[in-house]
Design a protein around this ligand. Structure first.
Ligand code: R1P
Ligand code: URA
Length: 292
């Protein structure tokens, strides 16, 4: 049987780099920071002692370099779980598929992937400019329905409780839920709130925001804020975490999502300086990640 992955499935450009990211296997470090905003890549890599390579294709900017002896890559994903499908598959291909033979490697590499993003809080007690670590990513998009994956018993219990407590309009999302990497999460404790992050397929109506038009599910925010199961509560909304955790589960990578809170949806407040909150999250996050 020919197990080689066809040119139409794993697309490698003339530089020997993967299609969307335009990164070659030798240009990626095993510890990766993802950010949504392409401009945030430089805001991370300016803290590197040495930058080894920089690449950009579409919204995907990648800088690889060192902090001390620690080799790191920072990659922008753009917005949304559809982009995470691309980024996580291509990061995985860069380490786990031999680009010469087009065969999956015998020995697989597990990447450490930490998202440093922004988010909106769903609890009054989580103020703007604070930081949240996502203990779980709960997806209201539909990306993970396209993959086969296993849930742990505790994930299944939490998801069952969510389905019982939170009304989702018929024909809408089939929710999925994944835990963070326990070993990465254990490093991000002091100075961080922790909770379930809901990942939405949009910024406006899918997060209960309306400028003009009418929401089909006006109780979404109230339902999410009041969700409670054992010690778990929903802390925040954003647009990538559940897909990062889900793809990490499918492909065998350790993932964590950490967010600077720029909006509080209950207090109806927005950060007066979201850029400063993100800069401070980057500094705090890099201090931890560089020591992993
Ligand atoms: C929406 O404004 C974007 O901000 C959040 C959301 O997940 C979405 O990508 O994260 P980033 O600031 O990391 O992009
Ligand atoms: N990013 C989001 O997706 N939602 C917010 O409210 C803030 C940042």
């Amino acid at each position: 049987m020919d197990n080689r992955i066809a040119a139409s499935e794993l697309i490698i450009n003339n530089r020997g780099a993967v299609y969307h990211l335009d990164v070659r296997p030798d240009e990626l470090a095993p510890t990766i920071i993802t950010v949504g905003d392409p401009d945030r890549v430089g805001a991370v890599s300016k803290h590197f002692d040495k930058i080894e390579s920089t690449h950009q294709h579409r919204e995907f900017v990648t800088h690889t370099g060192y902090i001390g002896d620690k080799r790191l890559s920072v990659v922008s994903t753009g917005i949304g779980t559809d982009n995470i499908d691309i980024v996580l598959n291509e990061l995985d291909a860069l380490v786990n598929i031999d680009f010469d033979t087009r065969l999956v490697k015998q020995t697989l590499t597990s990447l450490k992937i930490v998202r440093l993003g922004t988010s909106g809080a769903l609890q009054e007690s989580i103020p703007v400019d604070s930081f949240v670590v996502s203990s779980h990513g709960l997806g209201l998009d539909n990306l993970m329905n396209y993959y086969v994956f296993e849930n742990t018993t505790s994930e299944k219990q939490l998801l069952q409780s969510f389905r019982g407590q939170v009304f989702l309009q018929p024909g809408g999302a089939n929710p999925c839920l994944f835990e963070a990497s326990a070993s990465l999460q254990s490093l991000f404790t002091e100075g961080f709130h922790t909770g379930i992050t809901v990942t939405c397929p949009g910024f406006y109506a899918p997060q209960g925001r309306v400028l003009r038009g009418t929401l089909s599910n006006p109780n979404l925010i109230d339902n999410l804020t009041s969700f409670n199961y054992e010690n778990h509560r929903i802390t925040n909304f954003e647009m990538e975490t559940s897909a990062i955790y889900g793809m990490g589960r499918v492909l065998g990578h350790e993932c964590l999502s950490v967010s600077a809170i720029v909006a509080n949806r209950i207090r109806k407040e927005f950060s007066k300086d979201g850029g400063a909150a993100v800069a401070s999250l980057i500094e705090k996050g890099l201090g931890i990640i560089a020591a992993i």
